[in-house]
Write a protein that binds this ligand. Structure first.
Ligand code: ARG
Length: 569
């Protein structure tokens, strides 16, 4: 479906062509200038003509008047020149009926930009470091990453979700030392990841007093790299214990991965890439280490091999990117991590380009801001973290209590409590632009009042209960509509634009904000208009169709940001 903005912009492009023959403006350029006025009295859409005065070499009011004279578009009933603005008023009933009937016909594919055409997108997200706590700091990469996957799938891309587990590195040397000194098989089996984290935290505390511990850890990691059997067995076991834990959390979010190939998977794939770097004369020695000099690009050197010849994080990322290109032939490979890693990605993306891989520009880093808890920085080493599983457990507990209080006889309290509790946290997290730093205040995240996830899920359930009572949902025909109905249809009409923006900006929060707008519009409509009890048959049918459209779009939108919905709450 062409959106109102697009249709209007196309008609405007034609008007520009006839009034200002010397200038060509594309519909897309004009669409980007169109605005939704804050108040419907100023029109349903507006063109601020000052944005054109430079190219068209005329004063804004003159431009507005000229374009008004030449403009014609079936969707727009009339135009009005107001100072430097050209305001557009839609034919409200025709417009609304078109929106509602389109949603009825397209169902939950309404809003899909259909730009994917089966092209492949690889998404690398969540990717926790094994044996370190899976905490609130990972919420961002996990839910932003998965939402981006769902958004791309919705647009028709074939998506591969990869959990690039941090399953290699010196932390395993530390853990092996700590386990042998202070741990036991029974304690790890029963304490699971918590016990591993306890060992890891203890290692750091004791290493501050005892320098020999650091050397011992390096030695154990070197043995691991040399495939020492006993260390390999421990390493595999640590990964297994950690994965079990992560998967419980992923299940609560409805997340599955197509691949868990972590950093260790690329060990044997690095030598080939090192050869390419040598062939291209990219490697230089820097204090015994091999690096790629990036002075020319205003970046510090990219470390490839340590002095002892062992590989590093960027080396593994380079090998992984080539492997993924060869395996999946991606159109785009997206990495979601905290902004703290932006330089790392910029550096090795550049190295990939210098290595001569012409697909270097298809690598995309999507960063996000930092998370603190109640104003304090997260710190794994000292144990100052909130684990995701604990956070979710608290939220689910609260949701269960509220659900049972409101609806003691409800059939599936566990399912609802999980959807609502986890949903509250996800929604709270995705409410802001991803680059904004977040101070996580637990009380706010667990709040069910106001503009929260539970409020959106509750609104969704409300549409479901109306539809259950309403029966058939037919076509919408013309009738004298209320303000609240027109406003609702206008909001439904902007869903496709929202999806486009979310994809273009890699920004799931566009969808979160849209959900709040849609809920507000629906709840106003619900308050102002009779739906099932309406005695005018045409209006009743239209309102049921509108409720059905909200059910479809809201359900889709919530799903796109990793929120589960339930028909009853
Ligand atoms: N394991 C890393 C971390 O926790 C994130 C990995 C991101 N993905 C990548 N291909 N580098 O910081």
């Amino acid at each position: 479906m062409l959106t109102l903005k697009k249709k209007t912009a196309e008609a405007l492009a034609a008007a520009v062509g006839s009034c200002f023959p010397a200038v060509t403006l594309t519909a897309d350029e004009i669409a980007a200038m169109l605005e939704y006025p804050p108040d419907a009295n100023m029109g349903d859409l507006a063109l601020p003509c000052f944005k054109l005065s430079r190219v068209l070499r005329a004063a804004p009011p003159q431009i507005a008047a000229a374009l008004a004279g030449a403009f014609s578009c079936t969707e727009i009933a009339r135009t009005e020149v107001a100072g430097g603005y050209l305001n557009f008023f839609i034919d409200r009933t025709a417009f609304s009926a078109r929106v509602i009937n389109t949603i009825r016909a397209e169902g939950d594919m309404y809003g899909s930009p259909r730009t994917g055409n089966g092209k492949t997108v690889v998404l690398d997200y969540s990717s926790p470091n094994v044996a370190k706590p899976f905490h609130i700091g990972h919420l961002g990469t996990t839910v932003i990453g998965h939402s981006l996957k769902l958004l791309h799938e919705f647009a028709g891309y074939h998506c591969i979700g990869i959990n690039h587990l941090g399953d290699w590195g010196t932390q395993f040397g530390k853990l092996i030392v700590a386990y042998r000194k202070w741990g036991s098989r029974e304690a790890v089996e029963s304490g699971e990841i918590d016990e591993l984290v306890r060992l890891y935290v203890r290692f750091h505390a004791e290493a501050e007093q005892d320098e020999s511990l650091g050397d011992a850890a390096r030695a154990e990691f070197a043995k691991l790299e040399a495939h020492d059997e006993e260390n390999i067995a421990l390493w595999k076991w640590f990964i297994e214990i950690s994965l079990r834990e992560y998967q419980k959390t992923y299940a609560m979010l409805g997340i599955t991965f197509d691949s868990y190939n972590g950093e260790s998977f690329y060990t044997d794939k690095m030598p080939r890439q090192l050869d390419v770097m040598r062939e291209k004369n990219l490697l230089t020695l820097d204090d015994g280490a091999s690096v790629v000099n990036l002075d020319e690009y205003n970046m510090p050197v990219c470390l490839i091999l340590k002095r002892d010849g062992s590989t590093l994080y960027p080396t593994r990322d380079i090998a992984a990117a080539v492997y993924r290109k060869e395996t999946y032939d991606f159109d785009k490979c997206i990495y979601v991590t905290s902004a703290g890693q932006s330089l790392h990605f910029a550096q090795w993306f550049k190295v990939i380009e210098l290595m001569g891989y012409e697909w270097a520009d298809r690598l995309v880093h999507v960063p996000y801001g930092t998370v603190s808890i109640n104003g304090a920085k997260l710190a794994t080493r000292t144990g100052n973290v909130v684990l995701l599983k604990d956070l979710f457990a608290q939220a689910v507990e609260k949701a269960r209590a509220i659900t049972l209080e409101k609806n003691p006889g409800i059939e599936n309290p566990d399912e609802i409590a999980e959807a609502v509790g986890v949903g509250a946290i996800v929604f709270h997290y995705l409410a802001n632009n991803r680059m904004r730093d977040i101070n996580f205040v637990l009380e706010d995240a667990l709040s069910f009042d106001g503009n929260t996830g539970p409020y959106a899920q509750y609104t969704y359930a409300r549409t479901a209960s109306i539809l259950e009572k309403a029966g058939e949902c037919g076509e919408m025909k013309s009738y004298a509509m209320e303000e609240a109905e027109v406003a609702l249809c206008k909001t439904l009409a902007t869903f496709p634009e929202t999806i486009n923006a979310a994809l273009a900006e890699y920004e799931p929060s566009c969808v979160t904000r849209y959900i709040l707008e849609l809920c507000a519009a629906f709840n106003r409509f619900y308050h102002d208009c009779q739906i099932i009890t309406c005695t005018d048959e045409t209006a009743r049918a239209a309102r049921i169709a509108m409720t059905n459209a909200v059910h479809t779009v809201l359900g889709r939108a919530l799903g796109l940001i990793c929120m589960k919905t339930t028909e009853k709450i």
